[in-house]
Ligand binder design. Structure first.
Ligand code: FE
Ligand code: FE
Ligand code: ZN
Length: 277
């Protein structure tokens, strides 16, 4: 069975997200742990969490993917910003222990003129401070489009981070199809080749989730503008091959396309239709 969902607003709490997911035909979902621009998270409503867990069990909504605020920069040149990133991640991870076995995705960061090597070392250092041996959450590094000085624009950069983290069994990778295409990996004409490259450089066993997006821009554009499925550079045929690929088909897929809930429901139905059971 295809595991698919989309990004949902977390403003009304976990149970509301779970119900929304089911309503649009999803069996998993992604959400921001707090305002995506950063800032303080609301106090965790433990009653809501308990109600959500019962609902999720009944509906088979598992695992879910939490997304860190995209403004966090674990490799900022400014120490205060790095500390903020680490404190936010540690706080998010401690809250996620109320939803055992979840995944937590984050953008590795932007090195801003320090160079990728320094960026990679700072990101690994942050993870070494934040990860705990007892945590049940898997932390995912997202493949990035390579906009500006983003770290994670190539599989090699992600591997370099993984290599420098001690508790690397807590780490995985989330592959974003828009970002990877913008980063220059040809998912349309050479999906097998891209996945072979991923396997060689990182190892497919690290791949835990897919952000399923079309891209407004051509291969290698380094732009990061998501498009509705079938309306961008990737197209429906290539995205259909992605969800059916033997190396990917059992992973959870998350839409982050420019859509309202109706639009998401249609894309979920479309991909379920395209999935070969
Ligand atoms: Fe992201
Ligand atoms: Fe993404
Ligand atoms: Zn993106």
């Amino acid at each position: 069975m295809l595991k698919i969902g989309c990004h949902l607003s977390s403003s009304k709490g976990y149970l509301a997200m779970g119900k929304e997911a089911v309503k649009i035909g999803a069996n998993t979902f992604q959400f921001f742990t707090r305002n995506p621009r950063g800032g303080k998270a609301k106090d965790l409503d433990l009653e809501d969490v308990a109600a959500y867990r019962a609902f999720a069990k009944e509906q088979g909504l598992f695992p879910i993917l939490a997304h860190a605020p995209y403004t966090l920069n674990a490799c900022a040149a400014d120490e205060g910003l790095r500390t903020f990133a680490k404190e936010t991640m540690a706080d998010d991870l401690s809250r996620l222990e109320h939803l055992p076995g979840s995944m937590y995705n984050f953008h590795p960061g932007s090195h801003v003129k320090q160079g990728a090597e320094v960026g990679i070392a700072l990101i690994a250092q942050a993870l070494n401070e934040v990860l705990r041996p007892e945590q049940s959450t898997t932390v995912l590094l997202e493949t990035m489009a390579g906009k500006g000085s983003e770290v994670g624009r190539s599989f090699e950069e992600l591997r370099a981070i993984l290599e420098q983290v001690e508790l690397s069994d807590k780490l995985g990778v989330c592959l974003d199809t828009c970002h990877v295409s913008d980063g220059g990996y040809d998912l349309v004409n050479d999906l097998d080749g891209v996945l072979a490259e991923f396997d060689k450089v990182i190892g497919l066993s690290r791949l835990k989730a897919i952000h399923l997006n079309d891209s407004m821009n051509p291969l290698g554009s380094h732009k990061d503008r998501h498009q509705k499925l079938g309306e961008g550079a990737l197209g429906l045929e290539a995205l259909t091959r992605v969800v059916n690929h033997p190396a990917l088909r059992d992973l959870p897929f998350y839409l982050e396309t420019p859509n309202d809930l109706d639009g998401y429901a249609k894309e979920i139905a479309l991909m379920k239709e395209a999935y070969r059971d």
